[in-house]
Design a protein around this ligand. Structure first.
Ligand code: UD1
Ligand code: CA
Length: 464
């Protein structure tokens, strides 16, 4: 059976009070619309159609970039005359058979199994509505059933509802599945004769009834799946619920979170056994934590692999970006360390406070404990890289490599002007500026000789 998916994303989102189109506001680091597209991409639909309007160009280019491989189709709705009018715009690109699933770009946490259950309830011949019963149904379209309670007769919008209808607590979530051929017929008959002067998609329910098509309702597994976002407060509320749910899933796997309310995952986190995460940590992109990894408070970690037994002390920032970053087994990082793309740290490496590492490989046991920069460097085993030492890797036009072989000691406050190689076991005297290779096993010092003047006296104030 042909499945077509239509995602409505043309609305303005006035209550967000933002220049950014509503559906591009992010939840867990991803635009709301991206969540919906990503989830429904798993349903194997013949087509995924996104209805755009407000900020259409921005929305389309953001989604094309995020879903390069998925076959997305965009259809513009100008002006926006209601949800029925939105789906009408998709009619020319919809086939004449199969089922159409209609979702909202501002309801980001819909799950694939719920969407599939809705499609199954439709079965290619019924009109299936996703509904939920709320304590406070204010603002929602109410599900009006017949006396038996078995058949749905209509959806009545809050603004059009009578006091009796407003007492109904079962509401329409904004998601439905319908036989495509029938849907097209019903859409052609919509009018805007209602309190808001809009073309309501929800009017198809009464049309289905009139055509003798049965109308059924399905329910989501949890309320969070059908919560839409209209305001910053609702977005923040949904974010917290989503984060709480992610935190609980991790805790079920054994991850020990100091406080699940102070945990943020914006991407995926894979964690081994006995992982501990202190408060206020943010994980972004794709992060892997090996067994017994400990993450201190206030760390931000993005696109990185932290191997077993490593300890990341508080306030450390690790951003692997596109190249990734790796922290080896048993390594100690931070507090206040910064690992950038291409930082590849071997086992037992120590990186201390205010040390920045970019595009550099550090072999087993290498240490840079204080106030240092390693960029485009290859660092051997057991190297000790002193406080204040830096690689001068950039000549203003090109980047060059610094090679520091095993067992080298680099004294404090050295400048290593790349390209340069420090041979195995070399010692570099503190304060040296090294522009030529340093031989293995020797002490290399490159600084002005220290002098002391014995007869020297401090200047005195001349009397007036
Ligand atoms: C809609 C339903 C209501 C339901 C509620 C659930 C209708 C008439 N009413 O109401 O029964 O309880 O959702 O949240 O459908 N959109 C467009 N183009 C438009 C208008 C809206 O693309 O011209 C998009 C919006 O961007 C949004 C979605 O459709 O993603 C829903 O629109 P919204 O205005 O929020 O619908 P409600 O009035 O809340
Ligand atoms: Ca809404």
């Amino acid at each position: 059976m042909t499945l077509s998916i239509v995602i409505m994303a043309a609305g303005k989102g006035t209550r967000m009070k933002s220049a950014r189109p509503k559906v591009l506001h992010t939840l867990a680091g991803q635009p709301m619309l991206g969540h919906v597209i990503g989830t429904t991409a798993t349903l194997q639909a013949a087509q995924q159609i996104v209805i755009t309007g407000h900020g259409a160009e921005q929305v389309e280019s953001a989604m094309r970039a995020a879903f390069a491989q998925a076959p997305l189709q965009f259809v513009r709705q100008e002006p926006q005359l209601g949800t029925g009018h939105a789906v009408q715009q998709a009619v020319p690109v919809l086939p004449d058979e199969g089922t159409t699933l209609i979702l909202n770009g501002d309801t980001p946490l819909i799950q694939a199994r719920t969407a599939q259950a809705l499609v199954d309830a439709c079965g290619g011949q019924r009109l299936a509505l996703l509904t939920i019963t709320l304590d406070d149904a204010t603002g929602y379209g109410r599900i009006v059933r017949d006396a038996s309670g078995q058949n749905v007769l209509a959806i009545v919008e809050h603004k059009d509802a009578s006091p009796e209808q407003r007492a109904i607590r079962e509401v329409y979530t904004g998601m439905m599945a319908a036989p495509t051929a029938l849907l097209k017929r019903w859409l052609a008959r919509l009018t805007n004769d209602n309190a808001q002067g809009e073309y309501y998609l929800t009017d198809v329910v009464a049309m289905a009834q009139a055509d003798g098509v049965s109308v059924v309702a399905a329910q989501p597994q949890s309320e969070v799946e059908v919560l839409g976002v209209n305001s910053p407060a609702q977005l923040a509320d949904l974010e917290r619920r989503h984060q709480r749910a992610q935190a609980e899933r991790l805790m079920e796997q054994g991850v020990r979170l100091a406080d699940p309310a102070r945990f943020d995952l914006r991407g995926t986190l894979e964690a081994g056994r006995d992982v501990e995460i202190d408060v206020n940590c943010v994980f972004e992109g794709c992060v892997q934590l090996g067994d017994e990894v400990r993450i201190g408070a206030n760390c931000v970690i993005r696109n990185a692999v932290i191997r077993a037994g490593a300890v990341i002390h508080p306030f450390t920032h690790i951003d692997g970006d596109k190249d990734g970053a790796t922290v080896g087994e048993g390594a100690l990082i931070g507090p206040f360390a910064r690992l950038r793309p291409g930082a590849q740290l071997g086992p037992e490496v120590h990186i201390g406070n205010f040390v920045e590492v970019k595009n550099s490989t550090l072999a087993r046991g290498a240490k840079a404990n204080h106030l240092a920069y390693l960029g485009d460097a290859t660092v051997g085993e057991r190297v000790n890289y002193g406080a204040g030492a830096i690689t001068a890797n950039y000549d203003g036009a090109n980047k060059h490599r610094t090679v520091i072989e095993a067992d080298v000691h680099v004294g404090s406050n050295c400048v290593l002007i790349a390209p340069v190689t420090l041979g195995e076991g070399a010692t570099i005297g503190g304060g040296s500026t090294i522009g030529k290779d340093a031989p293995a096993g020797q002490l290399t010092v490159a600084r002005a000789k220290q002098v002391s003047l014995s007869g020297w006296q401090r200047p005195r104030k001349t009397p007036k």
